[in-house]
Design a protein around this ligand. Structure first.
Ligand code: ADP
Ligand code: MG
Length: 566
């Protein structure tokens, strides 16, 4: 277990300390794991209903992140994934409870129901009006006698938002509770986990999933889900989950809904955006009108990767409460309506048409094909090399470019050399990406210019083009020989061609040999350019992947041109 903690026994207290120090407007009740609004006195004298929620910790930003004007008045933090004690809840109720009363918003778990319920009883006996709303939004569990009933998960945050806005608007305890019950009854949620999570005190993941396995309908306490399945594309996964929620909640075409796309803790924002797009699509497919959509980490399960989706049918009054301003740190800042725009696509301007000047060269297509196939065949090796010293994408990037070239290979047959090289440059630019994509594209452009202007033929022309390409790459990338880059293979090859005689076979063999030596020699150099320069001496011992890639395509081309007598 690798975690940024001091001591497994202190995580909740240290977290509370950090939140109170770093988030504006929060305070801790002395001696209790209870976070309250710092302007508590003003709240109490305002005659507004106070809202208390909470539960086990590990669901951050829930629930302390929802403490603020317009949402919760207090959050009670239990141990990780453990209900807070009755006394902790009671101290929160006592701290916030004025004559207007207190609403408890509780996720449906046995421990929480018991501790919040008992605290409510005691507080009522003390004269504080208390109402309690249980949220059980997890549609992955059928309601029935075979389990403890549905769990409360991320949909709870929508209950906080609506009830908080209603309380801030001055509604009575009965009215706020009724609205909270309405949201709680309407909202449906379901989660998908890609990994389990690690409770600090346990020190190991709560369950294990194979690389290609996912868990449907899992709980937010690291408990396994209702069904294990193979990993699928995001679109298929999200649509399965969305359909289940829509069916369960009886949502049909024309219904107005809001969607909450929740990060379970360790999902990259990039993937969350993909999930959000798919959720919008799934709602559209059902004919729902998505009035609002929020994406982010709302109610997590420590470091679990995965998401949950929540859907709630809304009308104008509910939307008004969802849109009402709040100072809670974890509710998305935008208070203006954020309606879901259909994805906007504008036509891109096409490239300038490529000229097709020059006589087609019959050896060109076989040479291009051979280079592309060789890069595809060596994808795994190049990737492994880039993993050792870079970010591991080189093999994949070059293979993607090679596939794109092969897909359009017939286009090259009618083109002269300059036009073919320019087309190659454009395809590489659009498909390869990374550093190599731009560098190869510029090299091919320069080679095209040489092919346009040079009077040379055969080995001489090939050597001239390669030297010009290397020069362009060196200028754009500001790299020189010995910097541990693709130039350490390209330049020796160009020099060997320039020094070779007219025999194509010997010339190409010499070029490939020079490139091979140059690439191998990079293993002894510390990098000064590209990603591997961040590694300094740690790159030593591994050849530069970009230089190795040059050898791959150069050897393939050399074979074709050498054998056919360039
Ligand atoms: P990245 O992932 O960093 O964008 P790629 O994986 O596409 O880069 O390519 C990595 C290779 O690019 C390196 O192995 C090296 O040969 C080459 N390279 C990196 N920087 C330069 C540079 N400034 N000039 C020439 N080649 C470079
Ligand atoms: Mg890379």
């Amino acid at each position: 277990m690798k975690k940024l903690i001091n001591d497994v026994g202190a995580v909740v207290d240290d977290m509370i300390d950090g939140l109170v120090r770093s988030v504006d407007g929060l305070a801790r009740i002395e001696g209790e794991r209870v976070i309250v609004r710092r302007d508590l006195d003003a709240v109490r004298s305002s005659g507004q209903v106070a809202l208390v929620s909470g539960g086990g910790s590990g669901h951050e930003p829930a629930h302390a992140g929802y403490v603020g004007a317009g949402m919760l008045t207090a959050a009670v933090c239990g141990d990780v994934f453990t209900s807070p004690s009755t006394d902790a809840v009671l101290s929160a109720i006592r701290a916030v409870g004025g004559p207007a009363g207190v609403l408890l918003i509780v996720k449906s778990y046995t421990g929480d129901r018991l501790n919040f319920g008992l605290a409510a009883e005691i507080a009522r006996a003390e004269g504080i009006p208390v109402e309690m709303v249980i949220v059980a939004d997890d549609v992955s569990l059928a309601t029935g006698a075979s389990n403890a009933g549905r769990r409360g998960i991320a949909g709870t945050v929508l209950v906080h938002k609506v009830a908080g806005a209603a309380a801030a608007a001055g509604l009575s305890l009965g009215e706020v509770a009724a609205l909270a019950r309405r949201v709680s009854a309407g909202v449906g949620s379901m989660g998908v986990g890609l990994t389990a999570c690690t409770v600090p005190a346990a020190g190991r993941p709560s369950f294990s999933l194979a690389d290609d396995e996912i868990e449907f309908g899992l709980g937010i306490h690291g408990e396994a889900g209702v069904r294990r399945d193979r990993l699928q594309p995001a679109g298929a996964l999200v649509s399965t989950v969305a359909e289940r929620i829509f069916d369960d909640r009886g949502l049909a075409a024309g219904d107005r809904v809001v969607l909450l796309v929740n990060n379970l803790g360790a999902t990259p924002s990039m993937e969350m955006a993909i999930v959000a797009g798919e959720a919008a699509r799934a709602a559209e497919a059902r004919g729902l009108r998505v009035e609002r959509m929020w994406t982010g980490a709302f109610l997590t399960a420590l470091d679990m990767a995965g998401f949950s989706l929540s859907a709630l049918a809304v009308d104008d009054p509910l939307l008004g409460h969802l849109d009402a301003p709040t100072t809670a740190s974890a509710w998305p800042v935008s208070t203006a309506p954020v309606s879901v725009a259909p994805s906007v696509a504008m036509a891109a301007r096409p490239d300038e048409a490529l000229d097709s000047a020059g006589e087609p060269d019959p050896r060109l297509v076989p040479a291009i094909e051979a280079a592309a196939r060789a890069l595809i065949a060596d994808e795994a090796r190049l990737t492994a090399l880039d993993q050792a010293v870079g970010d591991g994408d080189l093999g994949l990037n070059l293979a993607r470019g090679a596939e794109a070239i092969l897909a359009g290979i017939d286009d090259y047959r009618a083109l002269g050399r300059p036009a073919a090289l320019r087309r190659l440059s454009a395809v590489v630019r659009k498909t390869v990406g990374g550093t190599s994509g731009a560098l190869y594209a510029v090299g091919l452009m320069r080679a095209a210019a040489v092919a346009d202007q040079s009077a040379g033929e055969g080995v001489a022309l090939w050597g001239e083009a390669l030297a010009a390409a290397a020069d362009a790459i060196s200028r754009l990338g500001d790299a020189r020989p010995g910097d541990r880059t693709m130039l350490d293979a390209l330049l020796p090859a160009a020099e060997a061609l320039a020094a070779a005689g007219d025999d194509p076979r010997a010339a190409h063999a010499a070029a490939v040999e020079a490139a091979t030596h140059g690439a191998a020699a990079t293993a002894a150099i510390a990098s000064r350019r590209g990603r591997s320069s961040y590694l300094g001496d740690r790159a030593v011992g591994h050849p530069d992947p970009g230089a190795e890639a040059v050898v791959v395509w150069l050897a393939a081309i050399g074979k074709v041109l050498g054998e056919e007598g360039a």
